[in-house]
Design a protein around this ligand. Structure first.
Ligand SMILES: CC(C)(COP(=O)(O)OP(=O)(O)OC[C@H]1O[C@@H](n2cnc3c(N)ncnc32)[C@H](O)[C@@H]1OP(=O)(O)O)[C@@H](O)C(=O)NCCC(=O)NCCS
Length: 364
């Protein structure tokens, strides 16, 4: 039995004799125009949208059929449904991805089954601009690898996305994935645009506790004070929101992203009553804190305040039982890269790159 999407009430369940996959689509939502299912084990996918979908400009590739597998698309999955039904078939694990941010529903899935058992899944999230999608996960159970399953899952997924009018599919991946050679071979083989390095990631250890700059920060200039983010008054939240709206603070440094996972060592810098900087951190895993958003008002930069802000956030972690700090710096942010290379990289046990690749889908 497969129940996808939000069910508020389920009653009088009956089994229909002789019917293999009874299904009812409601008229209240637009689900009826979006639902697509592919149930033909050895045949190319058949799409039967109820509403005319925009035609794809480029025909998606059709890999050779692997016998015994059947593929099923769903374009209206909730996060809860994916977690309940397919979590072991996600990589990176979906629960881990949800620690960093919330996902936009509905999600799109392509699932491969043997009999009724799901053995592989590709999962995509529609981008906020509704022009493309992000591939969140693609996973094939070990026993079924190297049978072209991932290739077919992605072909199905791409075709469904193109039929919905989406123009691109992005994949963001990390150079420390065990499957890196397979992933990059796949991208090159199946016509993805060349990957770009988006950001550098450093995994810093407890050793940073020995850094002199962590303890020898000069006194703060008059009118400046550092205090925990949790002590920030709600009225000050509004002043930060204003800074984000006016562009005074770049949107990618939004300190409210992933609020639910805020870590204990987030700190704020106040200058003359104004919130002038912050280092906002998140619990990325039980053993790691991610240093997510580091902002300092431009007129206060280059006075040692950045280092003081950093030290105020790092010191409580060094005194805690969370051993790792994760730092991410955009590849385009040269000044910050230079800063991180000087002060943090010496204590990094691991350095990885986050790369992004794009497949042009041809939807309109
Ligand atoms: C990466 C993964 C999804 C590939 O699944 P799969 O069904 O085995 O892949 P396919 O059989 O469709 O193979 C795709 C291509 O990669 C190649 N490939 C797959 N596994 C390989 C391996 N272990 N070594 C070398 N090449 C490999 C295939 O030969 C094929 O290339 P080709 O078309 O040029 O012959 C699977 O290994 C997996 O689930 N890994 C763990 C999760 C993961 O890392 N996912 C990536 C997230 S996007």
């Amino acid at each position: 039995m497969e129940v996808a999407g939000i069910i508020s009430e389920l009653y009088d369940v009956a089994v229909l004799p002789g019917v293999r996959r009874p299904m009812a689509l409601g008229f209240k939502s637009d689900e009826i125009s979006r639902f697509v299912t592919i149930e033909y084990p050895n045949a190319p996918p058949v799409f039967q949208p109820f509403k005319a979908a925009p035609a794809a400009q480029t025909a998606p590739r059709q890999p050779a059929a692997a016998p015994g597998y059947r593929f099923q698309m769903s374009v209206d999955m909730t996060v809860t449904a994916v977690l309940q039904q397919y979590h072991p078939l996600t990589f990176p694990p979906l629960a881990e991805q949800l620690r960093g941010r919330s996902l936009r529903e509905p999600l799109v899935t392509a699932v491969a089954r043997v009999g009724d058992e799901p053995i592989a899944m590709a999962l995509a999230e529609i981008a906020p601009d509704n022009a493309g999608a992000h591939l969140l996960s693609c996973f094939v159970a070990t026993a079924h690898r190297r049978h072209g399953i991932a290739t077919r899952l992605l072909a199905h997924l791409q075709q469904a996305l193109a039929q919905r009018g989406l123009r691109y599919l992005d994949l963001s991946y990390s150079t420390d994935w065990p499957s890196l050679p397979v992933v990059e071979h796949f991208l090159a083989r199946y016509g993805w645009l060349p990957p770009q390095t988006l950001l550098y990631q450093y995994k810093v250890t407890y050793d940073i506790g020995s850094a002199a700059w962590l303890h020898d920060a000069p006194p703060l200039p008059d009118g400046c004070e550092l205090f925990p983010w949790s002590d920030l008054q709600p009225a000050k939240h509004q002043s930060i929101q204003r800074k984000l709206k006016t562009g005074e603070c770049p949107a990618n440094l939004d300190p409210f992203q992933a609020d639910a996972h805020l870590a204990f060592n987030s700190v704020v810098l106040r200058h003359g009553g104004d919130v002038a900087g912050w280092m906002v951190t998140h619990q990325a895993a039980t053993d790691a804190i991610q240093y997510t958003s580091f902002f300092l008002r431009p007129d206060l930069q280059r006075q040692g305040l950045g280092l003081a802000l950093l030290a105020a956030a790092i010191r409580p972690q060094v005194d805690s039982d969370v051993p790792y700090g994760i730092w991410q710096v955009a590849a385009s942010n040269e000044p910050m890269l230079a800063f991180v290379r000087r002060y943090l990289q010496p204590y990094a046990m691991k350095q990885t790159e986050r790369r992004v690749a794009r497949q042009v889908l041809g939807g309109e």
